[in-house]
Design a protein around this ligand. Structure first.
Ligand code: SD4
Length: 338
């Protein structure tokens, strides 16, 4: 046999062997916890958003409806980082990113969507009414309008207008760490706490179904056309019913780099608790960024199918909200850079 034929022969045999080889033992996930609804979301916006979600989860409703309705509360608030009240891109245009995922791997997203009040609902329509998972820009808007979503005026909120004018004085792109947390905004809370944040939400309903959502106006003063992690399934959000769900917030580029939410879910599959999984994913980002890690914030939240939650951030200042009743509990996250 010629050496090339021999090589092909042996590699084919090797591949066949690989296919037949048993996979490394992985602990089988326990059956999902049922009867104990729970919802977790990012930042202090989660307080109002969780209340919205609980109206559905509390009486036994579907987690997908809960994660949509919950983040719609934040989208409707005129805050810095979510919905049409958000900060614009460097050309002065608000562009919105969102995605949603259910307990059966159905998912949908929109990116760089303009003039639509509830991008999360458009993401759900993408999931339910198209053969695709992601629509962007003009096409996403065209789809939204065809689905009956009204086109809102192209107008910045008063706060965004002010922030944009200030930014134009230097035009330096420099994301502000923890800008999402209303307590730590450079100009202080705008309109009070629990009001103005980028939001990702994970929920398990009374039947043990886990779903997630994520919606944002993205990094303030980003390049026109920039898309972050938030509308990307596997980066900003991931759900695997056999394991749990995870979501991200903060500097999207660095979440995408490690396929963040998917990484957290895979770490939980390997046996990590939600918090340990978030911590390990943050550690990877820190290792990649090196000394530059201090210039960014990234945080993950996670929920496993036993109803346990966890969160971890790169730096101080990230908080998240958990609800197991109609009273949300706001917690400060553990963080890496002390
Ligand atoms: C982005 N991850 O567009 C988003 C921003 C964010 O809290 O989550 N801010 O990169």
């Amino acid at each position: 046999m010629s050496s090339r034929r021999k090589f092909l022969h042996t590699s084919a045999a090797g591949l066949a062997g690989l296919a037949a080889a048993p996979l490394a033992a992985v602990a089988l996930p326990a059956a999902p916890a049922v009867g104990k609804p729970i919802v977790i979301s990012t930042w202090d916006a989660g307080v109002n958003a969780n209340k919205g979600a609980w109206k559905i989860l509390g009486p036994g409703g579907y987690a997908l409806d809960a994660v949509e309705a919950g983040v719609m509360v934040t989208e409707a608030e005129q805050g810095c980082c979510v919905g049409l009240g958000g900060n614009p891109d460097r050309d002065g245009v608000v562009t919105l990113d969102a995605c949603i995922m259910d307990e059966k791997f159905n998912c949908g997203g929109v990116a760089a969507l303009e003039r639509i009040k509830h991008p999360i609902s458009v993401a759900r329509r993408v999931m339910e009414r198209t053969p695709h998972v992601l629509l962007v820009g003009e096409g996403a808007q065209q789809f939204a309008v065809a689905q009956g979503f009204p086109l809102e005026p192209r107008k910045l909120s008063a706060d965004a207008e002010k922030a944009y004018k200030k930014w134009l004085e230097t035009s330096q792109y420099k994301p502000v760490v923890n800008i999402e947390n209303s307590k730590s905004r450079p100009n202080g809370p705008v309109g009070g706490p629990q009001n103005h944040d980028t939001i990702a939400m994970l929920a398990m309903d009374a039947q043990g179904r886990i779903c997630g959502s994520c919606t944002t106006s993205g990094m303030a003063f980003k390049m026109r056309g920039r898309v972050g992690d938030s509308p990307l399934i596997g980066s900003g959000l991931f759900v695997d019913p056999a394991v749990g769900a995870a979501a991200a917030t903060g500097q999207g580029e660095d979440v995408v780099r490690i396929a963040g939410a998917h990484t957290v879910v895979e770490l939980m599959r390997q046996g990590r608790s939600p918090q340990a999984a978030c911590q390990e994913a943050i550690g990877r980002i820190a290792a990649i960024k090196g000394v530059k890690a201090k210039d960014i914030q990234v945080a993950f939240i996670a929920l496993n199918n036993q109803g346990q939650t966890g969160a971890y951030a790169l730096q101080k200042g990230f908080n998240f909200t958990v609800s197991t009743t109609d009273t949300p509990v706001l917690r400060d996250s553990e963080f890496l850079l002390k």
